[in-house]
Design a protein around this ligand. Structure first.
Ligand code: C2E
Ligand code: CA
Ligand code: CA
Ligand code: CA
Length: 274
C-alpha cells in the first residue's frame, strides 16, 4: 500500500518535472528565436461598418520556427511573459509594425502590448523610437491593452497611458468583457476605443447577456466619445446585428483572417479604403 502511494507520488512528480523541462526548453528556444529574429507580423483588417472600407490593420505576431513552421501566439506569448522575453519581442513588434504600416496609404496599425511591458517606463521610449525610426504618423498607431493591465498599479498605468497619448497615439481596450472588473474603471483610463470580445459577438441575438454587454458598451462609448469595435465577426448575421446596434468597426474571419504583409495591398484593393 505504502509502495503504491509512493509510486503514485513519483509519477505525479515526474509529470511536473516534465512540464518544467518542456517549459525551459520552450523558453530557451524562444531566447534563440529573439536573437535570430524569427518573428514576423501578420495583419488583419479593421473594417468601418458604415462604409465597409478598411480603416487599418491589427498586427499579430507569428513565429517562423525553423523546424515547426509558423507558430501562433497561443503557443509562445505566455512563455515570453514568464521569461521576460516579451519585452524585447514587444519592442520588436512595435518597430516592425510601424515600419511596415508607414508604407501603407494612411491606414492605422494596432499593436498588442503585454502587461509585462507596463512594469516600468520603457514602453514610452519604445513607442517613441518606433515612431521616429519609421516616420509613421502617431495618430495612425493604436496600442491595444487588456484588462490585465488595468489590474496593475492604477496610478502607474494611468500615468503611462497619458504619457503615451501625449505622443499622439491612440489607446485601445482589448477583449472587453472578459475580465472581472466593472465598468467604472473605463472612466479612470483614457481609452480611445473599446474592442468587444468575440465571446459576446458570437452570442448576439442568441444569449441576452451578450446583447446587454454590447448595449452597455455602446452607452459608454457614446457618452465618452470612444470608438467601438466588434471582434471575431464570422457571419453576416453577426455583422448585421453589430451594425443595427451602432457599433462603428468590426474585425473577423468574415472579412479576412490575419495575412502576411505581402497580402495587405490585395486586401485593401478587395475591401476598399474607408
Ligand atoms: P487578440 O489581440 O484578441 O487578437 C485577435 C485574435 O483573434 C487573433 O488570434 C486573430 O487571428 C483571432 N481572430 C480574428 N478574427 C477571428 C474570428 O472571426 N474568429 C476567430 N475564432 N478568431 C479570430 P492570434 O493571431 O492567434 O492571436 C492570439 C492572441 O495573441 C491575441 O489576441 C493577443 O492577445 C496575442 N498576441 C498576438 N500578437 C501579439 C503581440 O505582438 N504582442 C502581444 N503581447 N500579444 C500578441
Ligand atoms: Ca488585440
Ligand atoms: Ca481581442
Ligand atoms: Ca484575446
Amino acid at each position: 500500500r505504502a509502495r503504491s502511494s509512493g509510486e503514485a507520488f513519483a509519477f505525479h512528480e515526474e509529470g511536473m518535472e516534465e512540464r518544467a523541462v518542456r517549459r525551459r526548453v520552450l523558453q530557451e528556444d524562444l531566447r534563440r528565436a529573439v536573437a535570430q529574429g524569427e518573428f514576423e507580423m501578420h495583419y488583419q483588417p479593421l473594417v468601418h461598418l458604415r462604409s465597409g472600407g478598411v480603416t487599418g490593420f491589427e498586427a499579430l505576431m507569428r513565429w517562423r520556427h525553423p523546424a515547426r513552421g509558423l507558430v501562433p501566439p497561443a503557443e509562445f506569448i505566455a512563455a515570453g511573459e514568464e521569461s521576460g522575453l516579451i519585452v524585447a519581442m514587444g519592442a520588436w513588434a512595435l518597430a516592425r509594425s510601424c515600419a511596415e504600416a508607414a508604407r501603407w496609404p494612411r491606414l492605422k496599425v494596432a499593436v498588442n502590448l503585454s502587461a509585462a511591458q507596463f512594469r516600468d517606463h520603457e514602453i514610452v521610449r519604445h513607442v517613441r523610437q518606433a515612431l521616429s525610426a519609421s516616420g509613421l504618423s502617431p495618430e495612425l498607431l493604436e496600442l491595444e491593452i487588456t484588462e490585465s493591465v488595468m489590474a496593475m498599479d492604477t496610478k502607474h498605468v494611468r500615468d503611462l497611458l497619458y504619457e503615451l497619448r501625449a505622443l499622439g497615439v491612440r489607446v485601445v481596450l482589448d477583449d472587453f468583457g472578459t475580465g472581472y472588473s466593472g465598468l467604472s474603471y473605463l472612466l479612470d483610463f483614457p481609452f480611445d476605443k473599446i474592442k468587444i470580445d468575440r465571446s459576446f459577438v458570437r452570442g448576439i441575438g442568441e444569449r441576452p447577456e451578450c446583447d446587454a454587454v454590447i448595449r452597455a458598451v455602446l452607452g459608454i462609448t457614446r457618452d465618452l466619445r470612444m470608438v467601438s469595435l466588434g471582434e471575431g465577426v464570422e457571419t453576416a448575421t453577426q455583422l448585421a446585428r453589430l451594425r443595427e446596434c451602432g457599433v462603428q468597426e468590426a474585425q473577423g474571419y468574415l472579412f479576412s483572417p490575419p495575412v502576411p504583409l505581402a497580402q495587405v495591398r490585395g486586401l485593401v484593393a478587395r475591401l476598399g479604403l474607408h
